[in-house]
Design a protein around this ligand. Structure first.
Ligand SMILES: [Zn+2]
Length: 269
């Protein structure tokens, strides 16, 4: 409440064209029963809001989000290790191809040397030199292949480990997803039940009053449009209301609605 505002202004009234009175009859308590229905409707709407919130904030949902982040991170790490492994294998393959070419060449030189067509000692000696050189080159390449194979071993086991961890995390995510589905289904079932109660009840409330309530609810973050008086205070914000005003709310003839000026809720006795 704004400083210096008169307590008399703590509440205001709103004429509702005799809507509440208009419904009097068939043994209903004058006016009050319409507001009672509205209070009940507010209770059901609040329950529906709570169920919606509960569904959106299921702890298992947060757990699942966290796990999805972990899975994303594992995928990133796995891809990196897989990339390193592919790189090592590519290098190994390239050297093996080179060794295969050398083998061909060594074979050809050997064939030439033992073909009997070359008789010049000088030429034979040149082939022998070439074969030795090719052999050294081959030894060097095979050494490199062994080095690569050695480097590959820990990378491959790391990759297998990552794949296992990833599979486990994905399986766990699957279990959590199933739990989300189950828990949400329970909430949905309750919401459907409350929703149908709400719809039947709303059908019994005069349209003008319902519309006034709906408008008030739409303008409020907490969805509370209607509150009962608690003693002489507003049931929504706790503001202490002037005695005269409280008496008026309590003994409403039914053609007026009362509004808490502090928080704007409609007041029911
Ligand atoms: Zn209030």
């Amino acid at each position: 409440m704004a400083l210096g505002r008169s307590r008399v202004n703590a509440g205001s009234r709103e004429h509702l064209r005799g809507v509440l009175n208009g419904r009097i009859g068939s043994g209903e308590v004058k006016g009050v029963s319409e507001l009672d229905r509205l209070v009940e409707l507010q209770g059901l709407d609040t329950r529906l809001d709570q169920l919606r919130y509960k569904g959106e904030h299921l702890p298992v949902r947060a757990e699942l989000d966290q796990l999805h982040r972990e899975v994303d991170q594992l995928v990133g790490e796995r891809d990196e290790v897989a990339g390193t492994r592919t790189d090592l294998l590519t290098r190994q393959k390239r050297i093996e191809d080179e060794v295969a070419l050398l083998d061909d060449k060594i074979g050809r030189e050997n064939d030439r040397m033992y073909s009997g067509t070359i008789t010049s000692p000088k030429e034979l000696s040149a082939i022998q030199d070439e074969l030795e050189s090719l052999g050294r080159r081959k030894d060097h390449l095979e050494e490199k292949i062994l080095d690569l194979m050695e480097a590959l071993e820990p990378v491959s086991s790391r990759l297998a480990e990552m794949e296992t961890r990833l599979a486990d995390a994905r399986a766990e995510a699957g279990r959590l997803e199933a739990r989300v589905t189950t828990e949400q289904a329970e909430i949905d079932a309750e919401a459907a039940e409350v929703g149908s109660q709400r719809d039947s009840l709303a059908a019994e409330i005069p349209p003008e009053l319902l519309e006034r309530y709906t408008r008030a609810r739409a303008g409020r973050r907490d969805g509370v449009a209607l509150a009962r008086l608690i003693g002489s205070t507003c049931g929504a914000c706790g503001l202490s209301l002037p005695t005269m005003f409280v008496e008026e709310v309590r003994h409403s003839s039914g053609d007026e609605l009362f509004v808490c000026e502090e928080c704007g809720v409609l007041l029911a006795p």
